[in-house]
Design a protein around this ligand. Structure first.
Ligand code: ASP
Length: 354
């Protein structure tokens, strides 16, 4: 009941905000962009509804794309928007099927000269994974920007509306063209390859470790300072044509006494493995023995956020260094790589290029 009233209160609030802005702007709004932004909504906390004012214990993926947009009437001044509801889930329930739908939809709509860019609303838990998958599979220079929130729409000082506003501003900007897939969160702009979630609760939950943000947004103005240099989007070699699923890759996390039987089991049920090793991708003698005997591709990453793993760090000759990709991103690159080739030299080259 409390949740229902919170939702009603929220909707009344955004509807009155929307109508007051429409009155102010006469609904025309001075559009600064020469194309529309397509908003693809997938759910997450940004679409979450819970007890009025509270930040935890809510249901993610409740509000629709239209309801999210109504909460930000200021968007009328940025660009015309088309909303598409792709799914409405907690981002822990995002699947490869959703990734394929997103990539195929963007690839199809990107040819439309009236489309200026794309914004994807998404839960923060796996936002970095969807961003990196799209970074490797969308075939367009047009901006593709993901955003979400840490607080549900019904909380005090929800962060979703500002994040959505800034994401649309970035997607509508010329500066973001050709920069690969981006995440906009708490006033900062991040590149898909390096961005990661770094807090379970804080509104500054998205960050990018050693490399940092590549730009900022202030009152709708976009400032980009860096250009991602690894291959992405139009330069990437992966082709989703005809694909309805992706190869299965498992991530194994090493810790003291980690059960080697789990590793053996995962290898039997996967097309490839990623190891989240300790330090520079290390693990016990027991794990070394099993990995040495595997014939599926094994990529070595680290459970440490910062730093790089090179060929010289590897404990097993049949493995490939993930360079500085996190285990979850190394797994995405492997899933795509396996649609083309399983050859070790090919994989080594990929992890140096992407
Ligand atoms: N569990 C939520 C999700 O990823 C968290 C969030 O959106 O912040 O969908």
């Amino acid at each position: 009941m409390k949740r229902f009233s919170a939702l009603i209160l929220y909707l009344v609030m955004i509807l009155s905000l929307a109508s007051s802005l429409a009155e102010e702007t006469g609904e025309t709004g001075a559009l600064e962009t020469n194309g529309k932004i397509v908003v693809l909504a997938t759910g997450g906390t940004i679409a979450g509804v819970g007890d009025a004012g509270k930040t935890a214990g809510y249901k993610p993926g409740t509000l629709t794309a239209e309801e999210l947009l109504l909460a930000v009437p200021e968007l009328a001044e940025v660009a015309p928007i088309e909303a598409i509801q792709v799914c409405n889930v907690n981002s822990d329930d995002i699947t490869a099927e959703v990734w394929l739908t997103l990539a195929n939809t963007i690839n199809e709509l990107a040819d439309d000269p009236e489309v200026k860019g794309f914004v994807i609303t998404h839960g923060t838990d796996t936002m970095e994974e969807t961003a990196y998958f799209l970074n490797l599979t969308v075939k367009t220079d047009k901006p593709v920007v993901l955003t979400g929130s840490m607080r549900p729409a019904t909380s005090i000082s929800a962060d979703g509306p500002m994040n959505l506003y800034e994401a649309v501003c970035v997607a509508a900007s010329d500066e973001a063209v050709g920069k690969g897939v981006l995440i906009v969160f708490s006033d900062r702009i991040y590149a898909a390859r390096s961005v990661t979630k770094t807090s379970t609760y804080n509104v500054m939950a998205i960050s990018a470790g050693e490399t940092g943000a590549i730009g900022v947004v202030r009152d709708g103005i976009v400032f980009l300072y860096e250009t991602p240099s690894r291959k992405h989007t139009t330069e990437a070699e992966f082709d989703l044509t005809g694909l309805s699923a992706l190869p299965n890759v498992s991530i194994l996390y090493f810790s003291v006494d980690a059960d080697p039987e789990l590793l053996r089991f995962a290898a039997e049920h996967s097309d490839g493995l990623v190891i989240a090793g300790a330090g520079a991708g290390e693990f016990s003698e027991k794990w070394i023995d099993i990995i040495n005997g595997l014939s599926i591709p094994v990529i070595i990453s680290s459970r440490i956020d910062d730093g790089v793993i090179t060929k010289d760090n590897l404990l097993c000759g049949n493995t490939v260094a993930a360079n500085n990709l996190s285990p979850q991103k190394a797994a995405i690159l492997l899933r795509l790589a396996l649609t083309k080739d399983t050859n070790q030299e090919y994989l080594e080259e990929l992890y140096l290029q992407y």
